[in-house]
Ligand binder design. Sequence first.
Ligand SMILES: Cc1cc2nc3c(=O)[nH]c(=O)nc-3n(C[C@H](O)[C@H](O)[C@H](O)COP(=O)(O)OP(=O)(O)OC[C@H]3O[C@@H](n4cnc5c(N)ncnc54)[C@H](O)[C@@H]3O)c2cc1C
Length: 523
Amino acid sequence: MEKAIAKVDDLKDGEMKEIVIGELTLVLIKTEGKYYAIGGKCSHAGAPLAEGLLHGHTIRCPWHQACFNMLTGERLEPPAIDDLPRFEIKISGDDVVVEIPDSAKQQIPPKMSKPDKNDKRTFVVVGGGGAGSSAVESLRHNGYQGRIVMITRESVLPYDRTALSKGYLKSDDAKLYFDRSKDFYDEYGVEILTEREVTEVDKSTKSITFSDNSSMKYDKLLLAMGSVPRKLNVDGSNLGNIFTLRSFVDADKIKLAAKKGTKAVVIGASFIGLESSANLADRGVSVTIVAPELVPFEKLLGNEIGNMYKVLHEEKGNQFRLGSTVKAFEGDGVVQQVVLDNGEKIPADFVVLGVGVQPATKFLKGIDLNPDGSVSVDRHFQFAEDIYAVGDIASFKWWFTGEEIRIEHWRLALQHGIIAGSNMAGKPAEYKSIPFFWSNQVGANLKYIGHTKGWDEIIFQGSPEKKDFIAYYVKNDKVSAVALIGNTMQMLACAQLMQENDMPTPEQLRKGSVDMAKLLGNR
Ligand SMILES: Cc1cc2nc3c(=O)[nH]c(=O)nc-3n(C[C@H](O)[C@H](O)[C@H](O)COP(=O)(O)OP(=O)(O)OC[C@H]3O[C@@H](n4cnc5c(N)ncnc54)[C@H](O)[C@@H]3O)c2cc1C
């Protein structure tokens, strides 16, 4: 089908416009005097790409920073996993005409090779989360045609873990969002072993052992086990109805307990704790949040943003006991109250622990682990002969600051997987990006770009009280991280500028508001 979708003068150079034709959404782009069109919805969560950032030939998604090549529709950066279709454009008189094939789809899986029985190699991936699942696709995308085995302790195919403390927890009707179907994995020859636990890795024999003592040989191994939630070592910790939140099974248990009118005590005032608290409140649960810090997110975001979240949670009816630790859980078989260090007893029908996680590497013997349980990898995400590690368990040197860091972010785990898969397939790749995460809670959707452990100064543009701000975290006279609510274009431009290591100096930022989008556009 051919359809006129604009007049030649409708868009200025550098502009994008969303066009809907039947069931299909396109983004029309004008750059260097020419028109282009690709699928207009991000293949991650469906964000309108016309509201994203066009920089060179890259479109950056306005929601979670997926990137696409506007010339080809190719996915360049996750969390999107699919490419977008590209549509032919022609100019007819003063009409911009798009050609839409009958077979056009909103998104398409990236090009991947299929297994070849003559390739006798076996690559094993331990972990079926974000990092593991992106790695297997990357292996096939980069031409590997041997056997792939992905092993997971969970009972299901890889799914979107980030939703567990958000929409999935909020509603009984919410469905798990699966990245790919069984048919997809079958088509590309990815064997997935569910409900299997790896208990040993033997580098000398290049084999792994399972909890049932069976074993498997590998030619190359990728470790992507993610994290396990910490528990509290206090009296009563073994009582029933004390939950952690890592898998959909955990979330289902919490949902079962979270009936309207019940009382929950949430321990921990960081992301898992507070996102859970917000959604439990929406279920009609009365929530008390207990945490040792005096302000939520104190160490990660600072007092101003932390206080904003505290007020928003209180407006929702959630109560805080800050500056408090848990002395004991009390109850008869199941938890009934939480005893604080000051002696206060808080009634509880159930407890959610959001007290941090640790890398799921405890079982690894003969492998050098860092004090935090992580594995230090080189720039190709390799740490021993034919063994790679990615995601929450991997400490890696971040080019931006030169520091070795370990970060628990979804997009980063996917990036790790893509890079390691490429390296394992024989195409050298390195992490050249900027970490990014998001948190949706109490109507304040935070975006965070970069990474810093502590800071010397936070420079604010706008105000957290108005839920409309940009916070620049300065360490060693350099902006290492930026937190924002609202300000989408500024957020996208900051990400691009950081990626190019071209952020304004703290001195420039202290002088007053800097329009990052303009700065980027003017270079
Ligand atoms: C509730 C929740 C909400 C989150 N929200 C956000 C968010 O909004 N934004 C964001 O950026 N990040 C978020 N995160 C963090 C993000 O999900 C993680 O950083 C990411 O999942 C890490 O990916 P991974 O592949 O390293 O580990 P995981 O996704 O945890 O996957 C690890 C896999 O390995 C399996 N496994 C572990 N040990 C073994 C073993 N011995 N044998 C076999 N299989 C094993 C596990 O069962 C699991 O399938 C959230 C995390 C949680 C728990």
